[in-house]
Structure formats: structure tokens, C-alpha cells
Write a protein that binds this ligand. Sequence first.
Ligand SMILES: C[S@@+](CC[C@H](N)C(=O)[O-])C[C@H]1O[C@@H](n2cnc3c(N)ncnc32)[C@H](O)[C@@H]1O
Length: 490
Amino acid sequence: MSAMTGVTNGATAPKGAMTGLINGAPAPNDSAEGREVQMKPFRFDSTELRWMPSGEPPARVRLSKQAGGNWRLVLGSKDIPLAEVRTVSSLGPGFVVLQIADKGHVGLQSDDAAAAEALLGELSKRKADYERFEQFEQGSVQSYFQYYAKCTNQQNMMQDSVRTTTYRRAIIENPDDFRGKRVMDIGAGSGLLSFFAAQAGASLVYAVEASSMGEVIQLLADSNNFPGSKIEVVTRPLETITDEVVGKVDCLVSEPIGTFLFNERMMESYLVARDRFLKPGGKMFPNVGNLCIAPFSDAMMHYEQMSKNAFWKNSNFYGIDLSAAVPRCTKEHFRQPIVDYINPDCLVAKHIEKRFDFATISVESLHKIEIPFDFEIQQPCLVHGIAGWFDAYFEGTNTTVLLSTAPWCPGTHWYQIRFPIETPLAVNAGQRLEGTLTMEANNLQSYYVRLEMRIKGTEIYSHAPCIDLKDPEYRFYTSANSYCPLAPKH
Ligand SMILES: C[S@@+](CC[C@H](N)C(=O)[O-])C[C@H]1O[C@@H](n2cnc3c(N)ncnc32)[C@H](O)[C@@H]1O
């Protein structure tokens, strides 16, 4: 935010100035949550090179949350989705300049500088959901895109035959959603999904990839033949796209899926793409994700976790007693989720699902995800934690395709995940295990997961206070006891 005195001291000349601020169709009703300030509209006079009153009367400027959790900006009678607000800046006390997609810049001035400042602060905070990478630690972002810039890491995903075959089926078996359509592939990687969309007859595919893999997409697009399809490579983060994409698209495809669906927080970019670039009623592949959880019992896995502190039990390490550090070392290991395949026999209750409708959920709703549970235990056992996986649905016009990563399905590179508890809970068949699994987003493009559970009707309780989704133990590779799932059917 830049601070300047005097609203007529134009800063850099804005690209276009929005006029007719308060004209237009009435804005839809909104919820009571939000802020409102009366503000006078200004426009930038490119001859005089300064901001001038637009001649319109002061307008109600309101930031409000709508049903479904999406925020909107109401300017007079115009209703503007927050995704359309590209920049917000202050040119002096009480004077705010907004850059709005397709409409250009608009100046707004209020005599109540404090109220204008508060609106600006709130607007900048809410808008941050559409500038994903600015919120994250830069070290995290750099290593993230360096990872995806490597052919080897793209290959790992491409060779996951369950994943690749399911995505291809979802696209090819829904010709009505692709033939002759404008498509955007968010996080195109090698370009694979863009090429599938072209094979399905898309007329134009925007392949958006922020890493230097964009060069590989171009190479493959040039060296393959997609008759009737044009592939436009956009090598930049989706959130920073302005002029590279013209108009809106009919369909979005993306594989924004990390461990337990939301690790990497790329799903938020998928939602930003929906709000900025998808035509109303346009299709999303996938359009639904379900998180699934169930309690598990696995004495071997728990024993392995508990034994990892063995080194620190040494009471004479070069004459030093290390054992005081044992509890801390144990906690460190129980902060790691376990990523491997789960023997379905380890699950001790029927799983529950939490559904995410990608067509309607807000970016903000993914900042804190809570899954309350109340499981009926099916056998006497020790519960060692909660197991998790996800399903993704592609509900196309012609058919619905399911990508399931459940323990009883053929394995994928996402495996399943387990959130272990240090103190197991002894339960009998028929007892109920109630509690909550909470995921809190962090600025490392991931989540901290908290687990709390109790045997219903008792004070018998166990918890895992902070499991780091970004730092899993890939047990499939580190333990001789890890399970091997079914091979995929071809
Ligand atoms: C999980 S990979 C999927 C690659 C490819 N779509 C596929 O299915 O094989 C995600 C890709 O999205 C890219 N990516 C992540 N966030 C992005 C963003 N906001 N804008 C553009 N690319 C992004 C990453 O660099 C990575 O190549």
C-alpha cells in the first residue's frame, strides 16, 4: 500500500478508469456481516493526469459475505465478486483506488478517513485469498515450483496409472463438455490434462503452469498433433494472470490434489480460477472431493513409532545421559502423519465422509476444516489413531467418473494417511468414539492437523495436538511391515 497526500497528485496513470459507478442493476441482497462506507467516486483524467470527481453522487461501498462464504464488494448498485478486484491501494487519507478486472481503475474518497482505512484493511485481507503465493513463505513457494519444474517429478504423477487413467476417462468419456469448448488446465505440469482435453476435441486449451515446465508443455504441444485444438501455454501463477487469457472458459480441468486432498493448498488456486475464469454454470473436472476418515488399530505401526526414540534412551553416550530428551523426541515422531497403504482390516469402524463441492465452496472455507466424528467401534481393540483418504468425482454431462484412493482400491501415489496418537485408546465392540479432526491452514502451503477423541460417555480421552501434514513419514518405503494394496485392473 502506498501512502500519498492529496488525491489530485495522480500516482502512476491507471490503465483505464471505471465510470458509471452507481448505475446498473441493483446488487443482490447480502448478509449482515461486512463493512460499509459512503464514498465519493473519482476517475483518473488522463489529460490532466490527476484524479477528478466522476460527477456521480456518493455511493455506498460495502464489503459483504454472501451465503456460501464468498465475499463481494458492492459499489453503489454494482456487485463485484472479490475475485475481480485485482489491486487495492491508498493514495492518501480517505482515498482508495481499486483496480477491477475488465473495468479498470476507480477512485473512492471518504471524509471519514478511519472508516475508509478500515474498509481498505478488510478488503486487502479478504482479497489475499486470491493472491495465494503472497501469503506463503517464499522459501516454501520456491522449493515447491523447483520440485514441479523437474521432469522426474512430473513423471511420478504421470506414471500413477490409476490417477492418469481415471483423469483421461473423465475427460474422454464426457465429449459434450470438451468438444469445441474453451478449456483451462490449472497447474498443467507436463501438459498431460491439456492434451487429453485436446484429444477430447477442445477448440482452445489454456495450459497454465507457473514452473518452467511450461517450456516442456510447449515442446510437447509443438511436437504432437491436435487437429482443431489450439494450446496456449501460460507460464505464470494462475493468480497473476491478466491479459494472457481472453474472456471466460467453458470448462476447468486440474489435478490440484495433495496428500489427504488438501496438502499443498493448490485447491485454493482451482477455486480462484473458478471465480475468475469460468463461465457461470461451467464445468469443473473434478467437481467434488470427499475426505474420508475411520479409526484404525495397528499395533505394529504404533510400536515402530514408539521405538524411534530408542537412541535417546542412551544413558551413557560419550558419558552423557540423553534420556531427558526422550519425551521430546517421541512427540517429534508423533507430529508426523504416516503415509502408506492401509490394510483395510486395520479399520475398526465404518468410515465417514466430508463433502467439498468445488463449484460452490469459498477459498476461505478451506482455511479451517473441521470433521467431527462419532464412530461405532466394531471389535475390541486398541485404537492407534485416525486413518484418512479421499475420493474425487468428475460429474460430467455424459457420465460420472470416480477417482478413489480408499484402502480397498488399487493404490495411487497419494497412498492413504494415518494420524497417530501416542496414547492408544482401549475400546470394546459397540462403544462409540467421538471427537474432531481439525485442519488449520499454514503459510507453508499445508495444514496442521489436530485430533481429539474420547470414548463416548467416559472421561477416557486421547489426542494429537499438532500433526504436520507437510512432513509425513513415507512408511511405504521405510518399513518392512508396510502393506501392499491391490494392483490396478487394466
Ligand atoms: C499435482 S501437479 C499436476 C500436473 C499435471 N496437471 C498432471 O496432472 O500431471 C500440479 C502442478 O500445478 C502447478 N501449480 C501449482 N499451483 C499453481 C498455480 N497457482 N498456478 C500455476 N501453476 C500451478 C505445479 O507447478 C505443478 O506442476
